[in-house]
Design a protein around this ligand. Structure first.
Ligand code: ACO
Length: 448
């Protein structure tokens, strides 16, 4: 199979959200901390009728319907998620309800978990399957679904919720350049979920930022090395049109891209002009530890990177700024933002993606885009996703009500023997929702 990659995309996020400005005031944070300091506008969350299973049921059903895909045509289904609902039964098996109805139970794949990286692992599995000798000619389907919630405190504004579905096959408008790729995996305790009675992670915020940037540097170095070996010339940020990052919050994305600009300047790459090189030169001699700690470097690099950031990164930031951290779906929601904003001008362009999951696992990889045809064209993908309309039609909650819902969800987590409130008025027609968890912990869903 040639040009294996992403044929179709759909995204779902809850209609329930809270403005960061309102949350900031409610939390007693200084004005601008969440909006400018973290760079976030709004945050989506699951109300008590939604969860990672209902969101993934919704997004898969929508994708199959809107692109006219026969459920029998799916041969592999992989889910990435870090939201644990069951320690054994995969989310994938819940999604089988969609396919069993059509007589298709011959579908490989289960769930992949490691913080925000599970979606990328699932994606690589599907792409590898289509490229392998066990491929049977059918489509792969990847689902990234997460609800990111934090205990009250500084991490709470970095939550979010969404599910993304990606259809995988040959001759894709979004094709993998599988050889141009770099990974960095290591053992760190930056963000983890050891308390099985709670949905909330244990997180060392500052350490997680540094681990993210260290993994980014390492992946970029690996990717450059591999590119240079294959192409016989230096790779720099000029060799890709856009850079898409896993987005816990926008400020980290700004810092990340600045880091790549700094690396290019240290490598004396052609992407950086003389004036910028001069500004960054004083930092070239810092050890890597010193460089992560240097606030001056951070400031100067962000300033130098600003015009390039506006051109190569800003178009990828819409959904993450509006919906928040979607964990496994975050990177792909950023990519969906790019398709939404730039679908008409992406033909022939290379896009670099950076996936990070705490713990930690990270990969930087490359995609080649073509306009595509008919239902599998970038133009149709943007139309189907309809991101603008979805963002507009949401319902803003006041902070007090959001906190009440978080309390209910804390109480419900891991629980049994309850029915949800029957108010589904905010959900769009066709949305799946949780109706009941019975005395044997079995979960039941219905479609509006
Ligand atoms: N106006 C403008 N900016 C402000 C204001 C203000 N009034 N107040 C603070 N800021 C800025 C700060 O200067 C800082 O920006 P800087 O880093 O550019 O200097 C930013 O706002 C955040 O302020 P901090 O004091 O650093 O925030 P705090 O430590 O309270 O929390 C954190 C931030 C650590 C990100 C927290 O939200 C968290 O732990 N989140 C979860 C962990 C996370 O997402 N990690 C990312 C990688 S791992 C993953 O994806 C889960």
């Amino acid at each position: 199979a040639k040009n294996v990659g992403i044929l179709a995309v759909d995204i779902y996020f809850p209609p329930t959200c809270i403005q960061q400005e309102a949350l900031e005031a409610h939390d007693g944070a200084s004005k601008g901390k969440y909006t400018i300091g973290l760079g976030q506008d709004c945050m989506a969350f699951c109300s008590e009728v939604e969860d990672v299973i209902s969101m993934s049921l919704t997004v898969v059903t929508n994708l199959l319907e809107k692109y006219g895909i026969d459920p029998k045509q799916i041969g592999r289904l992989e889910v990435g998620s870090e939201t644990v609902i069951d320690k054994s039964k995969s989310i994938k098996t819940f999604l089988m309800q969609i396919f069993e109805k059509h007589g298709n139970t011959d579908i490989e794949g289960v769930d992949s978990t490691n913080a925000c990286y599970g979606g990328t692992a699932a994606l690589f599995n599907c792409v590898n399957w289509v490229e392998s000798s066990s491929w049977d000619g059918r489509y792969g389907l990847v689902v990234c679904t997460d609800s990111a919630v934090y205990a009250e405190g500084p991490a709470r504004p970095t939550g979010g919720a969404a599910a993304i579905a990606l259809l995988i096959g040959p001759d894709a408008p979004i094709a993998f350049e599988s050889k141009i790729r770099g990974s960095h995996m290591s053992h760190v305790y930056d963000f983890y979920k050891p308390d099985l009675a709670s949905e909330y992670p244990v997180v060392d915020g500052k350490l997680s930022q540094t681990c993210y940037l260290m993994a980014l540097d390492s992946c970029y170095k690996q990717l450059c090395k591999k590119y240079e070996k294959i192409e016989g010339k230096q790779f720099s940020i000029s060799d890709a049109e856009y850079f898409v990052f896993h987005s816990p919050y926008n400020k980290l994305v700004q810092k990340s891209f600045a880091r790549l600009v700094f690396q290019d300047s240290v490598r004396n790459a052609s992407s950086i002009d003389e004036a910028a090189k001069e500004k960054l030169a004083p930092f070239a001699s810092l050890s890597s530890d010193e460089s992560y700690a240097s606030r001056d470097l951070e400031k100067v690099a962000q300033q130098v990177a600003k015009p390039l950031y506006d051109a190569k990164v800003q178009p990828t930031t819409l959904v993450p700024k509006q919906v928040g951290n979607m964990y496994t779906a975050s990177l792909y929601a950023a990519f969906a933002s790019l398709l939404h904003n730039k679908h008409a001008s992406l033909d022939g362009k290379r896009v670099i993606l950076f996936s990070y999951g705490s713990g930690s696992t990270a990969t930087m990889f490359s995609l080649q885009l073509r306009a595509g045809q008919h239902r599998f064209s970038l133009e149709n993908i943007a139309a189907v996703m309809n991101v603008g309309e979805k963002l507009k039609s949401r319902h803003e909650f006041p902070p007090e009500k959001f906190c009440d819902i978080m309390k209910i969800m804390e109480h419900r987590y891991g629980g049994k023997d309850f029915v949800t409130n029957k108010d589904i008025s905010l959900l769009l027609p066709g949305t799946f929702y949780l109706t009941e968890v019975d005395s044997k912990y079995r979960r039941f869903y219905a479609q509006k």
